[in-house]
Design a protein around this ligand. Structure first.
Ligand code: SAM
Length: 309
């Protein structure tokens, strides 16, 4: 049985922010759409709480779990979190999105404990620009990419946020880097969440020119039906996925996701915080599994396409 929302969209993915803390300070960060600090000290879910929430989700027919943050690798119990989730019966896929800077020493262990795939955020290969955008060192990310490939994650995807300030010169370098490392590129459009209007208008770039270029070079193009109908371009020796969420009704119509915020609330849409369903408080107050299932069902009914036209 797979849950469907009121618009008939199946619920197939759970994206869990396991912390709000991060070792980088990316100037564009949407913080997974979470509310900015509201004066209430943040609470973080324990390993057991995360595993219980994901077990309920899998029991409701959600086969795929993705961990995010903040930066998931800043948690010093990340290996236990992966082991716990990976041992859930019925789970088809567990992946993580990470900035990659802390991945190199952990990749092998995470792989053997059951993590299947990683998305590594890499907006640019230019060391100076990377440092300006994120506060980190691109060499650390590249070591993370190498370690991820070596550990056998399949696939390793590079999340490339497209920003005006990066410029086109970077793109062909990025394609060559993906070819060399055997990784997949995911081009992501900047979303206007938790960033200023000024930053958005100075940096948002529509992805049409990339898609036009890709269409010309691609051997074939595919549409991923259960991943927001995003397009995948098969260039010779490298795959490029394009994610265009902004004002895109098609994207929302094919969204199959529910989120868990870093403070344990079920979040129906990246763009909204007015219909969150708190699951962590009931867990801490002793709720049993059927009660948690009902909370998931309520959150699922809160899912609605954000862009409808
Ligand atoms: N720290 C991890 C990382 O860097 O991947 C996980 C959290 S990060 C918020 C998750 C993803 O969101 C990254 O791939 C990042 O590129 C993307 N992202 C961050 N801010 C964004 C924005 N304003 N618009 C679109 N994507 C964004």
């Amino acid at each position: 049985m797979v849950l469907q929302d009121n618009c008939g969209r199946p619920l197939l993915n759970l994206r869990v922010a396991i912390t709000k803390h991060c070792n980088l300070r990316c100037q564009y960060c949407h913080m997974e759409g979470e509310e900015r600090f509201n004066g209430i000290p943040s609470r973080e879910m324990t390993v057991e709480e995360i595993v219980r929430i994901t077990r309920i989700a899998v029991g409701l027919g959600i086969p795929k779990i993705k961990l995010t943050g903040g930066e998931p690798l800043v948690r010093n119990d990340i290996v236990e979190i992966i082991s716990g989730i990976a041992s859930t019966r019925g789970l088809a896929d567990i992946s993580m999105t990470t900035n990659g800077t802390l991945l190199a020493p952990l990749a092998e262990k995470l792989r053997t404990r059951g993590l299947k795939r990683v998305n590594i955020s890499l907006p640019t290969l230019n060391a100076e620009l990377y440092s300006k955008l994120t506060g980190g060192r691109v060499e650390d990310v590249l070591k993370g990419v190498d370690a991820a490939v070596k550990a056998g994650f399949n696939p390793v995807k590079l999340n490339v946020l497209i920003l005006k300030c990066i410029g086109n010169y970077d793109f062909s370098e990025m394609v060559n880097y993906a070819k060399k490392t055997g990784t997949i590129l995911q081009l992501i459009e900047l979303e206007p969440i938790n960033i200023s209007d000024e930053y958005y208008s100075a940096n948002h770039k529509a992805l049409d020119e990339y898609e036009n270029m890709l269409k010309q070079e691609a051997l074939r193009v595919e549409t991923r039906q259960f991943m927001q109908n995003r397009h995948i371009y098969y260039l010779p020796d490298v795959k490029v996925e394009v994610i265009r969420p902004t004002e895109n009704a098609e994207f929302c119509r094919h969204c199959t996701r529910l989120r868990v915020t870093s403070n344990g609330k079920l979040k129906a849409c990246l763009m909204r915080n007015d219909n969150l369903v708190d699951i962590l408080t009931p867990i801490r107050n002793g709720a049993d599994d059927p009660e948690l299932v009902e909370l998931f069902k309520t959150a699922n009914q809160n899912r609605q396409p954000y862009n409808q036209t």
